[in-house]
Design a protein around this ligand. Structure first.
Ligand SMILES: [Zn+2]
Length: 424
């Protein structure tokens, strides 16, 4: 059945200069089949028509730094959950994110490959075998996922949870030396990841470490990059300080996470090596979030102490022309992904830059720009609509009125003018 979205204003995110334009969009077999001037649309003989009534149609949003089951939890409460509980949380968190307009996620450290299982389920590849018969016409709808599984960290490094590592619910695989790193990276690849995530420095709010503490050696980072790139996969790294960013970029990283401290040289290297930057700026800026989620006072203090440096680093990267991608690193994703976009705008991005960092850039970074990330004929119909112009009011993204994933209606707050079933 064809789906027609009429009376919309399309912000296609194709170029850097975004302008809404009136258009009617036709969707067929999950893809955008036509983008026509509105006056050319004739009433279809069959299909479904959604009247956007002057709303703005955009590519679905991406959040490329998330942990589907892992609350960033300085008091480590969540580490006492079972793997089954983590899985259920991850399902709730990701399906709610899709309903909020986040049609794609990159998971960059998740318990025991739960993210890979979600990816397979939402792509309709799971359940397999005999179970498939029962669920073919009842798919579980969630966002697209690009997954790293557990991150690789040195013994006792960032993400390591104390003296006794939980056996099944750890966010990390501990590995030391290039050979162990290779083994861990190959294990992740065997389990089906799309990315390898490294923790190469300490974190900003860790009790037993600092972001200036470089934890992984250049040879270890190179080993991970060599294994991943050999398989056509990418590598990203939690990176606190400028020195680690430079070491990591030269060792082959494809993306830098956080970059709490970045100097001019690090930014220039990111441009030169075409490394993406995911600033996760909310982590140090959004004090209201930290208080709402009852972070311990000393963790809030450590996060806020890094706020000014983090903001300066973000602005330095922006000025240098580093390719940005947005991801909040906070849960629930449905409540934090759009505030992260607001924060990067407050930090100096234009709304157009922020939209591109949540649509086209992540699709390019994940190697799927030929099918996702913009509103263009032939691309998969992962689309959202909002009432106001996000180029004038970015916060309108908080109230997504239409969500399509691959042409399937997930949320629709607009009148469906008529629907004539196929064959009538
Ligand atoms: Zn994270």
């Amino acid at each position: 059945m064809k789906l027609y979205l009429i009376n919309g204003l399309v912000i296609d995110c194709v170029s850097d200069n975004l302008q809404p334009r009136p258009a009617a969009v036709t969707i067929e077999a999950g893809r955008i089949a036509g983008i026509d001037p509105p006056q050319l649309v004739h009433l279809p003989a069959e299909g479904m028509v959604i009247n956007l009534g002057g709303a703005y149609l955009l590519p679905g949003l991406w959040d490329v730094h998330c942990h589907p089951s892992g609350m960033v939890d300085p008091d480590e409460y969540s580490y006492f959950q079972s793997e089954a509980e983590c899985t259920l949380l991850a399902v709730r968190n990701t399906t709610a994110a899709l309903r909020a307009g986040i049609t794609a996620l990159r998971s960059v450290a998740e318990v025991n490959f739960i993210d890979v299982a979600l990816r397979e389920t939402y792509a309709g590849r799971h359940p397999a075998g005999l179970w498939r018969k029962g669920y073919e016409d009842k798919p579980l709808i969630g966002p697209r996922l690009f997954c790293a599984g557990p991150a690789l960290s040195i013994t006792g490094g960032h993400g390591s949870q104390g003296r006794v590592e939980p056996r099944y619910t750890s966010l990390v695989i501990e590995a030391d030396g290039p050979d162990e790193i290779r083994k861990a990276a190959r294990t992740c690849i065997k389990m089906g990841v799309d990315w390898i995530k490294l923790f190469i420095t300490g974190g900003i709010s860790g009790k037993r470490e600092s972001m200036y503490e470089i934890q992984m050696t250049p040879a270890e980072i190179e080993a991970a990059c060599e294994v991943a790139h050999h398989k056509g996969l990418k590598v990203t790294a939690h990176t606190g300080c400028a020195e680690a960013a430079k070491i990591g970029i030269r060792a082959g990283l494809d993306c830098i996470e956080h970059g709490y401290q970045l100097d001019d040289e690090a930014c220039e290297l990111m441009v030169e090596y075409e490394v993406y930057y995911c600033p996760t700026i909310s982590v140090t800026q959004d004090e209201a979030y930290l208080r709402r989620w009852e972070w311990p006072e000393d963790s809030i203090r450590r996060a806020l102490a890094g706020a000014e440096l983090h903001r300066q680093s973000f602005q330095r990267a922006l000025k240098a022309g580093v390719k940005m991608v947005n991801g909040a690193d906070l849960n629930p994703i449905a409540d934090t992904a759009v505030p992260e976009i607001e924060w990067v705008v407050k930090g100096g991005m234009s709304p157009a830059q922020a939209l591109i960092a949540s649509t086209r850039h992540p699709a390019e970074m994940c190697g799927v720009a030929d099918s996702l990330g913009t509103v263009e004929v032939g691309k998969l119909a992962d689309l959202i609509a909002v009432r106001e112009n996000p180029l004038e009011n970015i916060s309108t993204l908080r109230e997504v009125k239409l969500v399509l994933k691959e042409g399937q209606v997930v949320v629709n707050g607009f009148p469906t003018e008529f629907s004539i079933p196929t064959g009538s």
